[in-house]
Unconditional design. Structure first.
Length: 381
């Protein structure tokens, strides 16, 4: 799938930069930009070249918005068309989907994201998705100024006191749900290790988000012509799995290292019809596939999936072709249907002849509201 990724604001820009660093040469990443009002934040990016970084909003004087969501909304409405034109050099009309990446608790990125999503939907007949980093409770506690009620110098006007980051996130979640096909929240707090701060974990968490985007949207995009998937995953499969009503979706991912086949064709175990199956033990292949599917389903997702249930589910299994046992994948699909309660499981395979492990991606959409999302929404109740 040809994907165009736009990082908005400080957090979104850093994730887009990490995606370019780790997956810039991958076939799926058709385009990648970072837009922000903060010139210093853009200058700090290392993997996106200068032509892919753009500061918008002259009124912001280049120093950022300090979490002022309303100022971000005004700038987004004023500059969405401008940002769309900045992307033109990367031929966005050839993209099969857009992903807007943003820190939901911020000002510039969170404020501009809804307007940019609307702009992209107006010009291109493809899905627009949002990947939004949720603020941690610590972030929320550190910033309690409500731009609707007052400023940092006027505490008496804040009634009741509400964490600014959570209020921004709640409003932005609602706005993106109205304008995007689906929203993929990333729960930063759930991914922190004991005693770890968000600043300490930032690089690691940015890598997790980038890898989950690549695992889902890049599955099956091998450059090897001989590794054509039996069940090709394309943009329409992802669109069917997530729906188009702005629902919350979660991505699980797991990998297991495997040994390369000792000899024979790389198209083994009946999946690709080789007459010379590679020497991979069937039991080991079945075990590897079963393990990765279960870990992807029951391990830590981008956001909590209450009781593991979902209305719609997509399963992708990939790795060296000799390890992709057809029966094991079919059994995993049936198990996943029971696990999630989904009426139908969409699936695809992603052969990687030079891969060093078997992997599974589990996308779930139409899930019950995660606890952290509920807490954030209640901040504006």
């Amino acid at each position: 799938m040809r994907l165009h990724v736009i990082g908005l604001g400080g957090a979104g820009g850093r994730i887009a930069d990490r995606l370019a660093a780790d997956h810039g040469d991958d076939r799926f990443l058709h385009g990648c930009n970072a837009f922000d009002t903060d010139a210093a934040a853009l200058d700090a990016l290392r993997s996106l070249d200068e032509s892919r970084r753009y500061r918008f909003g002259d009124a912001a004087d280049g120093s950022g918005l300090d979490g002022d969501l309303h100022a971000g909304r005004r700038l987004g409405d004023a500059h969405a068309s401008e940002l769309g034109r900045v992307m033109d050099d990367e031929n966005p009309s050839a993209a099969e989907a857009f992903v807007i990446v943003v820190g939901l608790g911020g000002g510039a990125g969170a404020g501009a994201a809804p307007a940019l999503a609307e702009e992209l939907s107006r010009f291109y007949d493809v899905s627009v998705y949002a990947v939004g980093a949720l603020p941690t409770p610590a972030e929320s506690a550190a910033s309690e100024v409500d731009p609707v009620r007052g400023s940092a110098t006027e505490p008496a006007e804040r009634e009741p006191r509400r964490p600014l980051a959570e209020k921004n996130a709640a409003r932005t979640l609602d706005a993106l749900s109205d304008r995007c096909a689906a929203v993929f929240p990333f729960d930063n707090d759930a991914w922190l290790r004991p005693g770890e701060t968000l600043v300490d974990a930032r690089d690691r968490l940015n890598g997790v988000v980038a890898d989950r985007i690549a695992a889902l949207f890049g599955a099956g995009e091998s450059s090897d012509r001989e590794s054509t998937p039996q069940q090709v995953l394309d943009a329409s499969d992802v669109a069917r799995a997530v729906g188009d009503d702005g629902e919350i979706a979660a991505v699980g991912h797991a990998t297991q290292a495997v040994e390369p086949p000792e000899s024979g064709s790389r198209f083994g175990l009946g999946l690709f019809g080789s007459d010379e199956p590679a020497e991979v033990d069937t039991g080991e292949a079945v075990s590897a596939i079963e393990t990765t599917i279960r870990k992807a389903a029951r391990g830590k997702s981008t956001v909590e999936v209450p009781d593991g249930r979902a209305d719609r589910t997509l399963l992708v299994v990939g790795g060296p072709p000799a390890w992709l046992n057809r029966q094991a994948i079919a059994d995993g699909r049936r198990w996943l249907a029971e696990e999630t309660g989904s009426d139908a499981i969409l699936s695809g395979d992603a052969p990687e002849p030079d891969g060093e492990g078997v992997f599974a991606v589990v996308l779930r959409s139409g899930i019950d509201e995660p606890a952290r999302v509920r807490e954030i929404r209640e901040s504006i109740a």
